[in-house]
Design a protein around this ligand. Sequence first.
Ligand code: 4AD
Ligand code: MG
Length: 442
Amino acid sequence: MTRMTISSIAKNLEAYDGKTVSLCGWIHQKRSSGKIKFMMLRDGSGITQGVLVKGECEETSFEEFEKLTQESSIKVTGKIRKDARSKVGFELTVQKIEVVQIAQEYPISNKEHGVEFLMEHRHLWIRSQRQWAALRVRSEIFFAIQQFFRERGFIRFDPPILTPTSCEGTSTLFSTPYFDEKAFLTQSGQLYGETGAFAFGNIYTFGPTFRAEKSKTRKHLTEFWMVEPEMAFATLTDVMDLGEAFVCHIIKHCLEHCQPELALLERNQKELESIVSPFPRISYDEALKILEKRGHSIPWGEDFGAPHETALGEEFGKPVFIHHFPSKIKAFYFKHADAPDGEGVDHDGKYALGADLIAPFGYGEIIGGGQREDQVDVLTRRITEHGLNLKDYEWYLDLRRFGSVPHGGFGLGVERTVAWVTGVEHVRETIPFPRMLNHLKP
Ligand code: 4AD
Ligand code: MG
């Protein structure tokens, strides 16, 4: 039988009001003032106040309360009382407490702790309210992702984690011995996703991906989760259309299902409500003009940095697609075009048929994707030009030999999306155990 929880009571408060229930949980905080004692009980699903009144509470429980330390585990029996001041809508008039364990002195208290300290105690930090809320939103976003693709007939297609090839350039590869060979942790499931699109039409890959990122920023992890849809018979416009519908679906789902968490995180929900279709779509060349106007000039052919992404986000106050990037700053697999609004040509155009979605408020690029090169001779040349070993990509080239079609897709970074939705500043708070430069433990 599943145990009764604070959230299940909150959802059905009318039925529970005045009833006696038992809850299992941990002491988050407590205080006493003579004849009346208070505790905040968290049970994983939520947090509520328990009140002990002398005379109404069992005598031994009333005395034993004094021994309870922060994070001690207990079973509490008491009466539910509706209370509008409570975040969950009710309080508990405690009748009895059964101690499961008296916790040792807990390292994380109410006072301010430094980030390094909290990161070292990540296994405990996740019990804190803000961390708890952000990780619950993450869980809902995982659900929303699967729901979106399932409703549209996309098949989940799982690519390998250990791979023989690079997808996003060789500078961020993690390698590991693989018997007599070398293997790499996957940077992206895309290349395998393309094989899936040719077998199933529309697919999505969803799993952890790895980048040996040396950068210490609020947006970079070395292990992050990426969801990557891939569609056969699709162009760059189809890719942007799907990305836009996808992001809107995630936001709408969170607004509907994460009210308590977003409230606890003090997320400005009006801002989230304003994220609706259509999103502006501008070319890289147009983006440069906007950046120049805002005092952030960069030469043609350079990639955007964090200040540029922030400025573009500010310009629109909404997610914005930047498409037709200079091909020289993009990966080998993009189809090229010869004009900033071109459709794609089979020679080496200056522009890549790619699109990035930049989230507002400095959360940066949350989607990267585009249309793939579909001609075997052009792709063969690109692989060599990018200094990659042709032999490792023969299977990938086979897709262009046997029934090649225009196709494309994108990758959405889950942690950056969770950060944006929750308003949490740094991606390290959006995954249970963040992996970053200098952070492998716990
Ligand atoms: O733009 P990226 O590198 O695109 C790809 O990997 C493509 N192969 C995807 C595809 O077309 N199927 O990465 C996609 C997204 C980024 O927009 C960003 O949200 C996230 O993955 N991302 C990271 N998130 C956290 N930490 C990092 N180091 C990240 N690198 C990329
Ligand atoms: Mg990118």
